[in-house]
Design a protein around this ligand. Structure first.
Ligand SMILES: NC(=O)c1ccc[n+]([C@@H]2O[C@H](COP(=O)([O-])OP(=O)(O)OC[C@H]3O[C@@H](n4cnc5c(N)ncnc54)[C@H](OP(=O)(O)O)[C@@H]3O)[C@@H](O)[C@H]2O)c1
Length: 439
């Protein structure tokens, strides 16, 4: 049922930049849900201008020709627009588009985590200076309202930790390696065939996309932007099917996790790497392209957020929710809030300082005394062994030796690994994976 437009219904005028996967889904949802949004926000959200390079694209989606412009600079300069939605991606034009829009007095909504990870501090400072909103719900875990949960729902909490499966492509690959016994390259090829991975797979598979999102979550939780060069990032290329099999035997699943947490001294660690997690932990059962984020607050305890992380519609759902937030208060102004510019600048731990449990896989010659040699090196660095698996082999053959290790600083583990590599019976570079127990 159409909502009658009263003469005093405020109109929020929006400029949409980019009509790709997300931009076209946003256009469709703003059109199909127009009345619902107006009922819920008390404001008409009206797209007044759309920047699209290819006019054929606009026609296909049903954007009237008179609303389109080929140049995003026209949106930014349009004095009638209150909000600009940046969905062109990249970190050059998108940066200029957002910064100039804020300087021109417009609120901005973006899904661009790569841009926020690189230029978040500057863009939020510009937003604050100009008292405009820069909203970014779609930048992490598209369909999951995790940004709003951290900024609003959990505002009473100090965040103790965030563990996120926030890249659907990687989670799909690991799920297929686990369930179908595929090697990494075959699971990646399947993900590409199904449209879950881009032809250029590096952003996802090498962990950079997860790192961009981790930086956004860390800025929300701890108030500072971690330089991408200092954010430890390890992707999936080195993960082998056999590690998933051994992890399972030991009671663990393997996930690419963004780990963001603080200790009692207030030092913060932010890292992205394949991680063994107990099969009993709820994150271990998140499969396929789904995302999940487990947040531990000091007041609330554990909270879990689950849903689709990417794709046009889930991402559009988040973009439209940001628009609705502005619309619900429009034409009144809410105070703009900064992200990552607070007084509580925390110290970022280096990887050498982090303490973790580990999974260590060695390829060794099956002969007496090898395990004792390895254990001696670990003990000399105060690293304890909690369990061992060694498939049966004939004497003198090479065989994997898998060790689960107790908590140790990464620096000690690295030193132990380099010493273990020199043992004559160790026939290949040791493989180690970190373990999270969520304790
Ligand atoms: N896709 C997802 O599932 C998803 C999820 C979360 C966040 N995001 C983020 O959302 C943003 C958009 O992603 P997308 O998947 O929609 O990308 P996309 O499909 O590649 O769409 C980008 C659109 O922007 C247009 N464009 C690029 N540069 C432009 C410029 N200078 N002026 C005007 N138009 C320009 C492109 O036009 P041409 O077609 O002419 O190149 C294309 O139509 C990115 O920041 C991405 O990281 C995407």
């Amino acid at each position: 049922m159409a909502v009658p437009v009263s003469t005093n219904t405020p109109i929020l005028r929006v400029g949409l930049a980019g009509l790709g996967t997300v931009g076209s889904a946003v256009w469709k949802r703003l059109t199909s849900q127009k009345d619902l949004l107006q009922q819920r926000t008390g404001t008409e959200i009206r797209v007044d201008q759309v920047a699209v390079r290819n006019p054929k694209r606009a026609k296909e989606i049903g954007v009237p020709e008179n609303l389109t412009t080929a140049d995003w600079r026209t949106l930014v300069a349009n004095p009638d627009l209150e909000v600009v939605v940046e969905l062109i991606g990249g970190t050059t034009d998108a940066f200029e588009l957002i910064k100039t829009s804020l300087q021109n007095g417009k609120h901005v909504i973006t899904a661009n985590k790569a841009l926020l990870a690189e230029h978040g501090a500057e863009l939020f400072a510009t937003a604050l200076k100009n008292q405009r909103h820069l909203l970014f719900e779609a930048s992490v875990a598209g369909g999951i309202p995790i940004i709003r949960a951290l900024r609003e729902g959990l505002v009473a909490n100090r965040i103790l930790s965030i563990h996120g499966i926030i890249n659907g492509t990687c989670n799909y690959i690991l799920t297929r390696m686990n369930e179908a016994g595929l090697e990494f390259k075959d699971a990646l090829a399947e993900a590409k065939e199904k449209g879950y991975a881009e032809a250029d797979d590096s952003l996802d598979v090498d962990g950079h996309d997860t790192a961009h999102k981790a930086a956004v979550l860390a800025a929300l939780a701890y108030g500072f932007w971690v330089p991408q060069g200092e954010l430890y990032t390890e992707g999936l290329r080195a993960v082998e099917k056999q590690d998933i099999v051994y992890a399972r035997k030991l009671g663990y699943g393997l996930k690419l996790l963004a780990i963001i947490k603080t200790d009692s001294d207030g030092a913060v660690e932010v890292r992205v790497h394949p991680t063994l997690i107990p099969q009993s932990n709820v994150l271990a059962s998140v499969s396929g392209v789904f995302n999940a984020v487990l947040v531990r607050g000091d007041v609330v305890g554990d909270t879990l957020y689950y849903g689709r992380g990417a794709g046009g519609d889930p991402t559009a759902s988040a973009v439209v929710s940001d628009l609705a937030q502005i619309a619900a208060h429009f034409p009144q102004e809410q105070k703009a809030r900064n992200v990552g510019h607070e007084a509580l600048h925390s110290r970022l731990k280096t990887m050498d300082e982090i303490v973790s449990r580990y999974y260590l896989r060695l390829l060794v010659v099956d002969r007496p005394g090898v395990l004792a040699d390895v254990a001696r090196v670990l003990a000399s660095r105060q690293i304890g062994i909690s369990s061992v698996i060694q498939p049966e082999a004939h004497a003198g053959e090479t065989t994997p030796l898998i060790l689960m290790l107790h908590d140790a600083p990464e620096s000690q583990l690295k030193a132990a690994i380099s010493e273990i590599s020199t043992i004559g019976a160790v026939k290949a570079p040791p493989v180690h994976l970190r373990v999270e127990d969520f304790e």
